[in-house]
Design a binder for this molecule. Structure first.
Ligand code: FO1
Length: 321
């Protein structure tokens, strides 16, 4: 039984934590977004990959959800001293990750190879793969300024600007990293983690071949809604969905992923939306999904992993587990 998890950043890392405890490491593979990546100070930075590594290594900053616990910021202070780019906070230890990745990529290693080296150095045993080794950059068009990069939107402007469209620069030419399509084709279950559909999951699905595999294997694809009671638990997913003209609700998420998921796990507060999800041909599964609550990560993981595909499930279509 192998489980492939399609991941963005913080929300995905939390679910992965539950998965690692419940699925043998050899049977778990995380396929992560790289559309958030950026080059800054001549360094190659991969926030979603690093957030997963640091979280699963139990080293992530609990307060921030990204970067390392117990960081110092001496390098950033020197940058500020010179009037350098200090809008994207890079801790002194986190910088070591970016220095290593940048050098290894310059040596000619692929992002997948470097990511495996970094994950191994942190003692992670499950496979963490970038969806592609090629350049892929989420670009956001805002009402006020036109097109800006994802981190300029998310961090520099604190995602506090209205968005009119999102695109994934480089997607058409991007090739799935070695093993991505094979893993998605062979997995007994594929999970779309509760990350931002518009800017964290869609970039992964935009890499040619990925969406097709999920659509073909829709029966074994399970989404976990990142929208609970019409709100995102963290970040701008609800606002972004609304700004992009989509419904910011569990039903909106079901519609967003309708062609690639057979099941959507929605939070108990959205139990009343189960029928509307089912009307879309997506099996609703109602359970607690707010992982910041004690024990929910374990129960959510258990629910996801014990799901049978909707077409073989004897309780076909009920989904009201
Ligand atoms: N998020 C912020 O809100 N402010 C930051 O200064 C910031 C720096 C940063 C550095 C490294 C890293 O791996 C993540 C960082 N993040 C920061 C979070 C990052 O923008 C988001 O985690 C993702 O890109 C969205 O999932």
């Amino acid at each position: 039984m192998t489980v492939a998890v399609i991941c963005g950043g913080v929300g995905a890392a939390r679910l992965l934590r539950g998965m690692v405890g419940a699925v043998p490491n050899t049977e778990l593979i995380a396929i992560a977004n790289v559309g958030d990546d950026l080059e800054l100070h001549g360094l190659r930075i991969s926030p979603d990959l690093d957030t997963i590594v640091y979280t699963l290594a139990e080293a992530v900053s609990g307060e921030r959800g990204w970067g390392l616990e117990g960081e110092s910021w001496q390098a950033m202070e020197m940058l500020s001293h010179y009037g350098g780019a200090d809008w994207f906070s890079l801790g002194d230890r986190d910088l070591g990750t970016h220095l290593f990745r940048t050098q290894r990529l310059a040596d000619g290693a692929s992002l997948a190879t470097v990511t495996a080296e970094i994950a191994t150095a942190w003692g992670l045993q499950f496979r963490l793969l970038p969806v592609t080794n090629d350049r892929l950059r989420t670009m956001v068009t805002t009402v006020a300024e036109g097109e800006i990069s994802f981190q300029e939107y998310f961090v520099r402007r604190q995602h506090d600007v209205a968005v009119t469209s999102v695109r994934f620069d480089g997607a058409a030419a991007a090739r799935p990293a070695e093993g991505v399509l094979e893993a998605l084709g062979a997995a007994s279950q594929i999970v779309i983690a509760p990350s931002n559909p518009a800017v964290s999951i869609d970039p992964v699905l935009s890499v040619p071949g990925v969406r097709d595999v999920l659509a073909q294997r829709r029966d074994v694809v399970v989404g976990v809604s990142p929208i609970v009671g019409g709100k995102a638990l963290k970040g701008p997913a609800d606002r972004l969905m609304a700004e992009l003209g989509r419904e910011a609700s569990a039903v909106g998420v079901a519609r967003w992923y309708q062609d690639v998921i057979g099941t959507l796990v929605i939070d108990s507060v959205d139990a009343d939306l189960a029928d509307a999800v089912r009307q879309l041909g997506v099996r609703p599964v109602v359970t607690d999904t707010i992982m910041s609550k004690y024990g929910v990560t374990e129960s959510l993981t258990e629910t996801v992993l014990t799901l049978q595909s909707p077409t073989t499930d004897p309780k076909r279509g009920t989904g009201m587990d």
